[in-house]
Design a protein around this ligand. Sequence first.
Ligand SMILES: [Zn+2]
Length: 144
Amino acid sequence: MYKLDVQLARDTMLATFGPDRYMKFVVALNGRCQQKRRMFFWQDEMWNQVQEQLGVRINDFSTITGLFRFCHVHNEELRQELVPIGYGTRQATGNYIEAMESKFPYANEVYFGPSWHEKPKHCEVYFCDACRAAKNLWQDQLPD
Ligand SMILES: [Zn+2]
């Protein structure tokens, strides 16, 4: 079992691929990858290069995710919390989605599950404190 320093993993990834590709890796890892519980092929290739440089071998998805679990907008570590699940169709406008993606990708105050599920009431999510603050600010500025 390897123990890899979080900062070393991040620094190596950034130095190897540059900020754009590094952020793309992190955004996908904390976003779309979380549903399928594995990385994309192009992420595997990036991760393998980093591992080669560091001389480690870590293939466990949860461990890899743990190394890069931060908000790419605010550069803050994500925290875990139990939140209510909102069922049904999400009432999100284009403006909201655009603001969410750029200003508060990890507000995650409610988890939206598919409506045909058995209905548990809560679910664990990762969130960013600064995202929640940014979301509140954005909502306060909306016209009534
Ligand atoms: Zn954030």
